[in-house]
Write a protein that binds this ligand. Structure first.
Ligand code: DON
Length: 561
């Protein structure tokens, strides 16, 4: 008996290390309020805020800060994002807290002496970083629409940073892939220890201190004082451009949403500096005359019509879209019914269209990208759709020394040179050329859908250029093909972005000979592992809320009550 405690210890030691303190659930329906997000610790934080009487904006603020701690590859305070908000009462609005080019940036900053784009300069390291917008964004949304005290919403993130959270198996695998990158740009990070295993508790004391400054001082806790000093020191140490003045000048901007009617539905989405709202609106308008439900889900006809609408929308994106404060984006023309009808007039059933390859783009898809989206409906019916990002996994891979947070590599979303594809294979021209203070064009498409004037769906996704087409297909899967929301989110997808002239498809998409038939018509295909990762909430006819997270990301999770 006297050996019992020893035996117990040995047995406990042999037991598998507890991995993580959470489990993700992919779909559920809730009577009152629902959240879909990228990580259970973030969605549970949001749920706790809602239960405490916070509204959807309060939950969104707490979740974004929590994601910056427990989902550091994409959750952020060193990046930017977009909010689409539909209050239960009043008009929908959007908030643009996208990063901007520093004052010292210039249109040719990534070109060498021969005028060619220098590989990697806009994607890795200090020169890739745009002036972050996230903290300005969450402070602004809280000031205008929040209800709980600010400090209360920041606290969960501080707790996770100070006390730590357990790393999952897949996070460990991912971190290992990035250790060399972290070492290239940082002396050390909390994630650089190669002895970490699944279940390791990782603490981030520098980040806890930064968050505490943000808790105490709000906007100024990031854009002024010690945090600003740390960012500027980091920039100076690595040849980056961001100055104290760049930080002081940063402002999030409230904007009217892009809206488009489609049958009984109204889509409400993000205006420039996102391309998402305009491209989504163009695509639904272009497909609306065709009876997609009669054609059937991913039938030859459905795929053809949708792919041709995608091709045309992305061609317009490349030519006309950029930050509307710097370039006269012809929004009304691009969205006019006549223009969009004419746009499909050269569509033929008997052969594939062409993208007139002026510059062969190449979809890189080399890196496993990550961004993050949250969809929330609270008990009052307020709806929040937010997509926020560092761009690549861990952004530029530069962590602010002493600040404890990764900085974005969003500068790559500008067009470094006309016609030269960025890391998503997207091309652009003058509209999206680099200028000081300008926002780089995004594909993030946080969206809210009404049906007959009532809240119907909240959705969005990470996935770079494939976000817009994933939002389109998820919506059409419900509205045209009669799927439930979880079915619509799970369904395999395809994607065309004008250049390169090919249709990307997920393994199980386009089965039953559809792919062969389309190849015969002249379409080119490329299989990819997976594309965008949707998180969505739908209001069901009885008023309950169906939430769906995407099986494409194991940590995607829904919560509610
Ligand atoms: O704003 C954009 O369009 C990109 N920076 C988004 C990046 C992204 O979604 C990465 N992926 N999953």
């Amino acid at each position: 008996m006297k050996y019992f405690p020893l035996l117990l210890l040995v047995l406990l030691g042999c037991r598998e290390t507890p991995r993580v303190d959470y489990e993700a659930q992919k779909s559920a329906s809730f009577p009152t309020a629902a959240i879909a997000g990228p990580h259970p610790l973030a969605t549970q934080t949001g749920l706790e805020i809602l239960r405490r009487g916070g509204n959807a904006i309060d939950a969104a603020v707490a979740m974004q800060l929590t994601m910056a701690v427990v989902f550091p590859r994409a959750g952020n305070i060193g990046g930017g994002g977009f909010l689409v908000y539909r209050p239960a009462q009043g008009e929908p609005v959007t908030l643009d807290y996208r990063e901007i080019a520093p004052a010292a940036a210039g249109r040719d900053m990534y070109l060498d002496s021969l005028g060619d784009v220098t590989d990697g300069l806009s994607t890795r390291g200090h020169l890739a970083v745009g002036v972050p917008g996230t903290v300005a964004g969450i402070v602004a949304m809280h000031e205008r629409f929040g209800s709980l005290p600010w400090a209360e919403l920041v606290q969960p993130a501080i707790d996770f940073a100070r006390d730590g959270y357990r790393l999952s198996e897949s996070e460990i695998g991912r971190l290992k892939r990035y250790h060399a990158d972290f070492a290239e740009f940082n002396e050390s990070t909390p994630f650089s220890d190669s002895s970490m295993v699944a279940g390791t508790q990782v603490q981030q004391p520098d980040l806890a201190a930064t968050l505490t400054r943000i808790q105490a001082e709000g906007h100024a806790g990031f854009y002024e004082g010690e945090t600003a000093d740390l960012i500027v020191a980091e920039m100076e140490s690595g040849g980056g451009l961001i100055t104290r003045e760049d930080l002081r000048n940063y402002e999030a901007k409230w904007k009217a949403p892009i809206t488009k009617d489609y049958r009984d539905y109204r889509l409400i989405s993000m205006p420039p500096s996102s391309s998402g709202g305009i491209a989504l609106a163009q695509m639904v308008e272009m497909v609306e005359p065709y009876p997609l439900d009669d054609y059937g889900f991913q039938s030859v006809r459905s795929v053809q019509v949708i792919a041709e609408a995608m091709r045309r929308a992305y061609a317009d994106r490349a030519e006309y879209l950029g930050d509307a404060d710097f370039y006269p984006v012809p929004v009304d023309s691009l969205l006019s019914d006549d223009y969009l009808k004419a746009r499909m007039s050269d569509f033929r059933w008997d052969s594939a269209g062409t993208s007139d390859n002026i510059a062969a783009g190449q979809v890189a898809m080399k890196e496993n990208f990550e961004t993050t989206h949250i969809s929330i409906v609270d008990s009052l019916g307020n709806a929040v759709s937010i997509t926020t990002t560092l761009n690549g996994n861990f952004g530029s891979k530069v962590m602010v020394d002493g600040g404890g947070f990764f900085l974005n590599n969003e500068m790559d979303d500008f067009s470094a040179k006309p016609g030269v594809p960025n890391m998503f294979g997207l091309v652009g021209k003058e509209a999206n050329a680099i200028q000081p203070g300008k926002r780089m064009l995004s594909s993030m498409t946080p969206t809210i859908v009404e049906k007959d004037g009532n809240l119907f769906m909240v959705l969005g996704a990470p996935g770079g250029s494939t976000i817009i087409t994933a939002v389109l297909q998820t919506f059409l899967n419900v509205a045209e093909y009669g799927m439930t929301l979880p079915e619509a989110v799970d369904a395999p997808r395809f994607h065309h972005q004008w250049l390169p002239d090919e249709i990307l498809y997920e393994k199980d998409a386009l089965g039953g000979g559809v792919l062969d038939s389309l190849q015969e018509l002249g379409y080119t295909f490329r299989e990819v592992n997976s594309m965008a990762v949707i998180k969505a909430v739908q209001v069901l006819p009885d008023g309950s809320l169906q939430a769906a997270a995407d099986p494409r990301n194991p940590d995607d999770d829904v919560e509610g009550y």
